[in-house]
Design a protein around this ligand. Structure first.
Ligand SMILES: [Mn+2]
Length: 351
């Protein structure tokens, strides 16, 4: 291992530093960034991974992190337990992400992006390495040897951007495209609560750096498979509304009949949440072994992260998930028992 090297003090770009809520709340991330950079600069080989069933933030932040490490002259392996969803397959470097179940070193550190626990990547062998945990989940925990958790960050990609700037990396058009995708998808197209002036400043900086917002939007939102739409139809035929709650589900049989993949379930819960007057929504998916995967959305008045955490999952206050025991009717009862008290106290008429 190389000797101690000089570590430059990280400089946040002004458009981000000035309007970052972390800076405003006094928990400035410079110290965490410097500690992570020290490990990156000293080491030679790194593993970068994210959670299983990767989303836009997972894929985009992994790819950008890999590009930063390569600019620093390091060797990097990008690893995912699951295949990359087709809508992210056109991101620069997406085909360099390897799909494995077990990782083998040697690595100077494994960087876990967007994981609220060391088990989230579902990769065996990770625990053998020095773990760097970079996350923004409300349910984020300090499980790593180094931890940087910013619950106000709009995406983990936004954190990777800060790390890249602090490392002196050039934000290439390819990197910008990956990072822009993390912001676009984690804000649901600049719709969710975490969206604030700094979000647009960062998105603007990334478009300046070469990200093409039209092409990325087309790849993410207008590249669906027909099976995804057929599955959506099956889910919508089960849509139920009860005051401020709405829910829908698909059975495993629906999945088979529609030739749907797991990634085709992405975003279905949003259709239930899109009803006027609905504050919280649930989407239940029956897994092949009869357990039930649950996605939760809230418009901000119900904290679905804490509900998901009580049920063994996690996430953000407005978007969370967990896996429940089946059968479907039992899991639906369980989640409604959690959600009904959450909306009972809300005043005013549901539309
Ligand atoms: Mn995220």
């Amino acid at each position: 291992m190389a000797g101690k090297k000089h570590i430059p003090k990280p400089q946040l770009p002004p458009e981000v530093a000035a309007s970052s809520p972390s800076a405003a709340s006094g928990s400035a991330p410079e110290g965490r960034i410097a500690a992570i950079l020290a490990v990156l600069q000293k080491g030679e080989r790194f593993l970068v991974c994210s959670h299983s069933r990767p989303d836009g933030d997972a894929v985009g932040s992994m790819l950008a992190m890999g590009m930063i490490l390569k600019q620093l002259g390091k060797c990097v392996d990008l690893i995912s337990a699951d295949r990359i969803p087709g809508v992210y397959g056109r991101l620069p470097g997406a085909d360099s992400i390897r799909s494995v179940m077990r990782v083998h070193g040697p690595y100077d550190a494994a960087i876990l992006l967007e994981c609220d626990g060391p088990e989230r990547p579902r990769l065996r062998g990770l625990e053998e390495f020095f773990l760097i945990n970079i996350d923004h989940h409300a349910s984020g925990r300090e499980f790593g040897n180094l931890n940087w958790i910013d619950r106000n960050a709009v995406s983990v990609g936004a954190m990777v951007y800060l790390l890249g700037k602090a490392a002196g990396a050039k934000i290439t058009p390819e990197m910008a495209a990956c990072l822009y995708t993390t912001i676009l998808t984690d804000t649901g197209g600049f719709c969710y609560g975490a969206t604030q002036p700094s979000t647009f400043a960062l998105a603007g900086a990334l478009v300046e750096a070469g990200a093409d917002p039209v092409r990325i939007a087309r790849d993410v939102y207008f590249s669906n498979t027909a099976s995804k739409l057929l599955l959506l139809g099956a889910a919508l035929s089960n849509l139920t509304r009860e005051g401020r709650l709405a829910w829908l589900w698909v059975t495993h049989q629906d999945m088979v009949r529609c030739c749907a993949a797991e990634e085709d379930c992405e975003g279905i819960v949003n259709y239930a949440a899109s009803i006027a007057g609905v504050e919280a929504a649930a989407f239940l998916r029956e897994l092949p072994e009869r357990r039930i995967h649950l996605s939760l959305r809230s418009k901000g008045q119900v904290d679905v992260a804490s509900i998901a955490e009580r049920l063994g999952g996690g996430g953000h206050e407005t978007a969370a998930g967990c896996t429940l025991e089946g059968p479907l009717a039992r899991a639906l009862d369980e989640i409604l028992n959690e959600l009904r008290p959450g909306v009972a106290g809300l005043t005013g008429d549901p539309a």
